[in-house]
Design a binder for this molecule. Structure first.
Ligand SMILES: O=P(O)(O)O[C@H]1O[C@H](CO)[C@@H](O)[C@H]1O
Ligand SMILES: O=c1cc[nH]c(=O)[nH]1
Length: 238
C-alpha cells in the first residue's frame, strides 16, 4: 500500500514507529541502534527504516518540521500501514530554568493555537493529550535506565521565527503554562486520538530561551542518545 508520500508496502512498518523531525536523526538511529535496518521509505527524503531492537521489530521514520508535515506522515502510518504507536523524539526550546539544554522531557500535554485540529476534524480544543499508557511505560523505563526524564506541558508552535509584535516567549509561558516549545506534538496527539491509536512525545532540550544556549545542527542530529535509548527501550515494552 503506497501513498503519495510513502513508498513502503503494507507490513513494512513495525507496530511502533519512533519519529524524529530530522531525516538524518532517523538514519542515525537506524544505523546506530537497530539490528538489520532496512530502508522502507525515502520519498521526499523522509527516511524510514525498520529493523529490530533486542530482537523486537521497531521502525523509525522522520516527520519533517511542523504540524502539516507530521499530520500527513502520522495519519498515513496509522490509517494505511497498521501502525499502533508513534513516539515523537524531537528537539525543543526551553522557556524555564528547570529545563536545561540536553535535559530529556516527556510531554504530558501539548498546547497550541494552531488550526490543525480544527481543519482536520473540527476539534476546537487547544490542548491535546498523549497516551497515558505509553507515558507510564516511558517513565518507568526512564527510572530503570537512570534517566532523569522531566514531565512538562509543551507548546506546539506553528512558527520557529517570530517578530516582537506578536508577543514573546515569556507571554506565551505565562498565558499557557507551557515550559518548552516544539512544532509537532499537538498534531500527532490529535491524529492518534482521532484514529484510536497511541502517541507520545519525548524531547531533548536543544535551546534555552533563559540562557540563550543553542546546540549545533550536528548535535541535534546525532547526540541525543539518552532520548533515543529511552524511546527504543520503551518501544519494545509497548
Ligand atoms: O528536532 P525536531 O524533531 O525536528 O523538532 C524541532 O526542531 C524543528 C525546528 O528546529 C521543529 O521540527 C521542532 O519541533
Ligand atoms: O527553540 C526551539 C528549539 C527546537 N524546536 C523549536 O521548535 N524551537
Amino acid at each position: 500500500m503506497m501513498t503519495p508520500h510513502n513508498g513502503a508496502q503494507m507490513g513494512d512498518f513495525a507496530k511502533t514507529v519512533l519519529m524524529p523531525g530530522d531525516p538524518l536523526r532517523s538514519k542515525f538511529i537506524a544505523e546506530e541502534f537497530l539490528e538489520n535496518p532496512r530502508l522502507v521509505n525515502e520519498v521526499r527524503n523522509i527516511l524510514g527504516y525498520t529493523g529490530t531492537y533486542k530482537g523486537i521489530p521497531v521502525s523509525v521514520m522522520a516527520s519533517g518540521m511542523g504540524m502539516p508535515s507530521i499530520g500527513i506522515y502520522s495519519y498515513e502510518l496509522y490509517q494505511y500501514y497498521g501502525v499502533e504507536n508513534i513516539v515523537r523524539i524531537g528537539s525543543a526550546g526551553s522557556y524555564v530554568e528547570r529545563l536545561n539544554v540536553r535535559d530529556v522531557v516527556l510531554a504530558e500535554s501539548a498546547y497550541s493555537d494552531s488550526t490543525f485540529a480544527l481543519k482536520t476534524s473540527g476539534a476546537t480544543e487547544k490542548t491535546m493529550y498523549p497516551s497515558e499508557e505509553l507515558n507510564a511505560i516511558i517513565m518507568s523505563k526512564a527510572d530503570e535506565l537512570g534517566i532523569n526524564c522531566k514531565k512538562a506541558v509543551v507548546h506546539s508552535s506553528d512558527a520557529f521565527y517570530t517578530t516582537p509584535n506578536v508577543g514573546g516567549w515569556q507571554d506565551i509561558r505565562e498565558q499557557t503554562g507551557t515550559e518548552c516549545v516544539e512544532m509537532e506534538s499537538f498534531a500527532l496527539f490529535h491524529n492518534a486520538n482521532m484514529l484510536n491509536k497511541r502517541a507520545a512525545c519525548i524531547l531533548t532540550i536543544s535551546d534555552s530561551f533563559c540562557t540563550n544556549e543553542v546546540l549545533s545542527a550536528e548535535d541535534r542530529q546525532n547526540s541525543f542518545r539518552e532520548m533515543m535509548r529511552l524511546a527504543l527501550e520503551s518501544a519494545i515494552a509497548f
